[in-house]
Design a protein around this ligand. Structure first.
Ligand code: SAH
Length: 263
């Protein structure tokens, strides 16, 4: 098909794990690929969509256990395309959010390889669905901030805590499990109340999905006690309160919708 010629690359977002949360375009591209490079967070149900003859190459990275460095991954992608393969680079969630899309795009372009992005459902959207909650809330959470709390080994997180401690925002913290204690302490020190609602969602959309609700001052305790080995997203802010205040907003004819239909 014309949008996936031999010798080209698609960076495809695999979504949060549930194969049904893959886009139809992503599914078609995976099925057309002759080589698929995939991450640790890409589930087996998605790899099953590749053609039987396709070459599946694991280039997974989980924090602290980098099986292949980024330059090696860039080179593998480019070399496969230059050899005439139809290459899919499958990443968890959306390729343009906390992935290495820039390096991969640059490497392809520098080698004259055609490369495009197919978006995916990012972890924050999947986590909101798991919670049966909205990430934004009229009048209470007008802003949504995606932040990664992954620090370089031995270094403190280089984040602007004063700006992140915004009571009108929802914070979606990616890769934040190890830094949960620091995130909590820094946000409270910067003025966010200790009783700010927090939700932790582990393995959103996967069979072993788990959801926990807590508050900012108990975030470290909860995350240590409750979270397992799966990828986890921390969501912080008033929109995550299990019970929303029934504010009558100007211009809103209807009462606020209750959170999560089945939760
Ligand atoms: N590009 C991805 C994010 C990659 S960073 C996206 O758009 O979702 C990896 C981090 O994403 C993990 O540490 C975790 O914080 C989050 N994550 C990915 N998949 C997840 C899932 N199924 N459930 C909860 N968090 C997830």
């Amino acid at each position: 098909m014309s949008d996936f010629p031999n010798g080209s690359v698609w960076l495809v977002g695999a979504g949060p794990g549930d194969p049904e949360l893959l886009t139809r375009k992503g599914e078609r591209l995976i099925g057309m690929a002759t080589t698929v490079f995939y991450d640790a967070l890409v589930g087996p149900g998605i790899l099953d969509l590749a053609a039987p003859a396709a070459r599946l190459v694991h280039v997974g990275k989980r924090s602290g256990r980098h099986s292949k460095d980024q330059r090696t991954i860039d080179r593998l992608i480019v070399d496969a395309a230059l050899a005439g393969e139809r290459v899919v680079r499958l990443t968890g969630g959306d390729p343009a959010i906390f992935g290495r899309a820039t390096e991969e795009l640059d490497a392809c372009r520098a080698a004259g390889v055609a490369v495009r992005i197919c978006p995916g459902v990012t972890a924050a959207s999947a986590a909101a669905a798991s919670l049966g909650a909205s990430l934004t809330l009229r009048g209470l959470a007008r802003k949504l901030t995606f932040v990664t709390a992954q620090a370089r080994a031995g270094e403190a997180l280089a984040l602007d805590w004063e700006r992140l401690a915004d009571p009108d925002a929802t914070l979606a913290v990616y890769m934040g499990k190890a830094a949960a204690g620091e995130v909590s302490a820094r946000l409270i020190a910067a003025g966010l109340p200790g009783d700010t609602p927090v939700a932790l969602v582990e393995s959103a959309s996967l069979p072993d999905e788990r959801v926990f609700r807590t508050r900012l001052d108990l975030l470290e305790l909860t995350s240590k006690a409750a979270l397992g080995d799966g990828p986890a997203l921390l969501l912080i802010g008033a929109a995550l309160a299990p019970e929303k205040p029934a504010v009558a907003l100007p211009g809103s004819a209807r009462a606020p919708t209750p959170a999560g239909a089945w939760r």
